[in-house]
Each structure stands twice: as C-alpha cells, then as structure tokens.
Design a protein around this ligand. Structure first.
Ligand code: E4P
Length: 215
C-alpha cells in the first residue's frame, strides 16, 4: 500500500518524508489556502522533494477549462497528476486528458458507481472521500470496499486513493479493503506511528539499561 501526504505545507511534507512514509502528495485548494501560497510555486517545490505523484487540482467548472488548466499543470513537472472534480464535466476532462497520456485523479467521489465512471473514463486515480461521508452518518469505508471489488471484477488499472482520511482506523480499514493508496494528513501519520505501550516499553528499557554494568 502506498501513502501520499495530504498537505500543501512543505514543512509537513518534509517531516513525513523523513519518516519514510511518502510515496506522493495530494493538494487541494483548501490546503493551499491554509498555507497561503500559490499553486504552481508550491507544486514545483514539492516536486523537487518528492519522487512520486503530486496531485494539483483544477478549479474550472467546465471540461474545456479543466483540460486547459490540466495541460498547464501537467507541463509543470512529470510527477504532476491533474486533479479533477467528479461530475459530467470532470469525466469529459478525464477522458480528454487520458487521451493525451496525462494522469488524472478524480476527486470528491462519494459512491462506488461514481468511481466506476472514473475508471471507464481513464482516470489514473479515483479519490473516495471517507471522512466526509462519515461526517454525514454514512460509512465511508463501505464505498472503498465496494470500489475495490468493482475494479477487481473488471480489471481496471485505476487506483483507489482513499482520501478525507481523519484517523488511524481509516488507514487500517483502507489497507484491509485492499485500497492501493491512502492520502494521509501528517497528524494521522504521527498517530499511526505511536502507541502508549511503545512509549512505556522504551522507558522501561532505558531504566533497566541504567542498571546494566558498563565495561
Ligand atoms: C485529498 O485528495 C482530499 O482533497 C482531502 O483528503 C480531503 O480531506 P478533507 O475531507 O479532510 O478536507
């Protein structure tokens, strides 16, 4: 399973890289707004650090504009994956960009049949948003399980990129479902690495080590 960092913050991305956890990065307009930096400059800086796919999102609402934006984003760096919104226009743009050999990540996916359409249109990644479904009382991970099963049934090459990950349980269930990728915020990476019994164990070993005679 691959892990992407869900962040536009270079400092956060560096921390996750140092932890050996990063296979790629996903950004979105909200993450860019949080760091208050322009899209292209940020993507280029991330691309200089990370050897893997970097999702950069289009903001056009019509397919034509998405394709134009997507071509400009893809020209920035070979690792750029053009992020497109789910919907009729997003699917049209996915198909058009796929025909030009450009990798896409269809975002804001909330049902397995939306994901199926993305795969048919030639998306490289599809991003089911689990946390936002959980927020409205629907089990987000069920969508991931069903999407993985559908893609396996038909041998689609599109990868399931679990997004809107809010906690370690999301990562666990994404891995059990066989999702190809999870995009994870830095705070969740840290939670994944930690366990109170690990801390207690380290403390106990250090106390005992102090009692070991030293030559
Ligand atoms: C990543 O591709 C998504 O944009 C991101 O995971 C959304 O997360 P959120 O629902 O916590 O905003």
């Amino acid at each position: 399973m691959r892990f992407f960092v869900d962040s536009a913050d270079i400092r956060e991305i560096r921390v996750a890289l140092d932890m050996g956890c990063v296979d790629g990065v996903t950004t979105n307009p909200s993450l860019l707004a949080k760091v208050g930096r322009p899209l292209k400059e940020t993507i280029l800086e991330i691309a200089a650090l990370v050897e893997g796919p970097i999702s950069a999102e289009c903001i056009s609402t019509q397919a034509e504009g998405m394709v134009e934006e997507g071509l400009a984003l893809a020209a920035l760096h070979p690792h750029v994956v053009v992020k497109l919104p789910m919907g009729v226009e997003g699917l049209k743009a996915t198909r058009a960009l796929a025909a030009k050999g450009i990798k896409t990540n269809v975002t804001l996916v909330f049902s397995p049949v939306q994901a199926l359409l993305c795969a048919k249109a030639g998306a490289r990644f599809v991003s089911p948003f689990v946390g936002r479904l959980d927020d409205i009382g629907q089990e987000g991970m069920e969508m991931v399980r069903q999407t993985v099963a559908i893609f396996e049934n038909y041998g689609f090459a599109t990868e399931v990129l679990v997004a809107s990950v809010r906690n370690p349980i999301h990562v666990l269930h994404a891995a059990l479902a066989g999702a190809h990728v999870a995009t994870v915020p830095l705070a969740v990476f840290k939670q994944l690495a930690e366990h109170p019994l690990t801390d207690i164990g380290i403390e106990r070993f250090l106390v005992d080590w102090a009692k070991v005679p030293k030559p």
